[in-house]
Design a protein. Structure first.
Length: 86
């Protein structure tokens, strides 16, 4: 897949995970989203470990705000792809 295609998928995923439409994902939103099979499967397909959601949020939250914004989500998941094994 091209990077652009992956980015579009990640933006669609972010919109679904971001339940309050704040433009940022909280630990709770990610935890709830990963209960949905298709979202869990997407993370699994990227080989991103999802057992420790707070750790995953802290890995993606590069500015230390406690939430994951659009840039952190897209860039972070592309960087972590296949690396975030625990």
């Amino acid at each position: 897949k091209s990077r652009e295609s992956t980015t579009q998928h990640l933006l669609t995923l972010l919109e679904e995970i971001d339940e309050d439409h704040s433009g940022e994902i909280t630990t709770e939103e990610l935890f709830e989203a990963l209960k949905k099979e298709h979202i869990w499967n997407y993370f699994n397909a990227l080989q991103i470990e999802t057992r420790d959601v707070p750790q995953l949020v802290s890995l993606l939250d590069t500015d230390g705000s406690g939430t994951i914004d659009i840039v952190e989500f897209v860039d972070g998941l592309q960087e972590l792809k296949g690396e975030a094994k625990s």
